[in-house]
Design a protein around this ligand. Structure first.
Ligand code: TYD
Length: 224
């Protein structure tokens, strides 16, 4: 795992001489272990000498932090269309100011959650049409899709037990009922089935090291 960093010299203009960047997203229900896996992948890529940008939605920019506070912590009702637009607004700003410039520089962007979260969560409320939510995000981002999306799939009951053990206050979505989280899970699995080339679906109940190994293999093959 260790060894001399193999980072190629940066070409004039800032592009990595090693080739174009890569956009990797982590998706899954709350408590599936996305943050742990994103951190492990980041560490491994840095050991390989890659430049890595670790980021997340909502809240990957200063503007995004403000939006995150509304969507996750506002007490009381937020109209579903307004909520979908807020996530899309966060995403539009994040993609234009952080994600696209990083990929253009040749970096690997590792991101917690992206448009699949909008489709699965905002679609799971049963009020909004999943295709509309996806189209909104694609409009917001100028059509940017990840190169690889890791879906950490987990039974919501197991995920809930993990979150309970964490002893952190629940945000608005984590506080939703079990049935909502079942719909989110089904939404993610349907998305993965419709784009098998982009998605890597993993059983998040497996040991973390095993998951990390599988993720490394797939990312390494995309970088090769
Ligand atoms: P996350 O940052 O994963 O939560 P935490 O900091 O607790 O790990 O995500 C916050 C919540 O936002 C999560 O419950 C899912 C929700 N979400 C949406 O509903 N739509 C979206 O488009 C995104 C990106 C997140």
């Amino acid at each position: 795992m260790t060894g001399e960093p193999t980072r190629p010299p940066r070409a004039p203009g800032g592009a990595a001489a090693g080739g174009p960047g890569l956009f990797v997203t982590f998706e899954g229900g709350d408590g599936a272990g996305k943050t742990t896996q994103a951190a492990q992948l980041e560490q491994w890529l840095r050991e390989q000498g890659r430049e890595v940008v670790r980021t997340r939605e909502p809240g990957g920019t200063e503007v995004g932090v403000l939006v995150r506070d509304i969507v996750l912590h506002h007490r009381g009702h937020v109209a579903p269309r307004a909520e979908a637009l807020l996530y899309a607004a966060d995403r539009a700003h994040h993609v234009e100011t952080v994600v696209r410039p990083s990929i253009a520089r040749g970096d690997v962007v590792i991101q917690d959650r992206y448009l699949d979260s909008s489709v699965a969560y905002q679609g799971a409320g049963r009020v909004l049409d999943a295709d509309d939510v996806r189209s909104l995000s694609l409009w917001a981002t100028g059509g940017l899709l990840p190169d690889v999306t890791v879906l950490l799939d987990l039974d919501p009951a197991v995920a809930r037990a993990r979150l309970d053990a964490d002893d952190k206050p629940f945000d608005r979505l984590e506080a939703e009922k079990a049935e909502f989280h079942e719909r989110v899970r089904a939404g993610f699995l349907a998305l993965a089935a419709s784009e098998p080339d982009r998605f890597l679906v993993l059983d998040a109940a497996l040991p973390a090291d095993q998951l990390a190994g599988r993720i490394r293999e797939v990312v390494a093959s995309r970088l090769a």
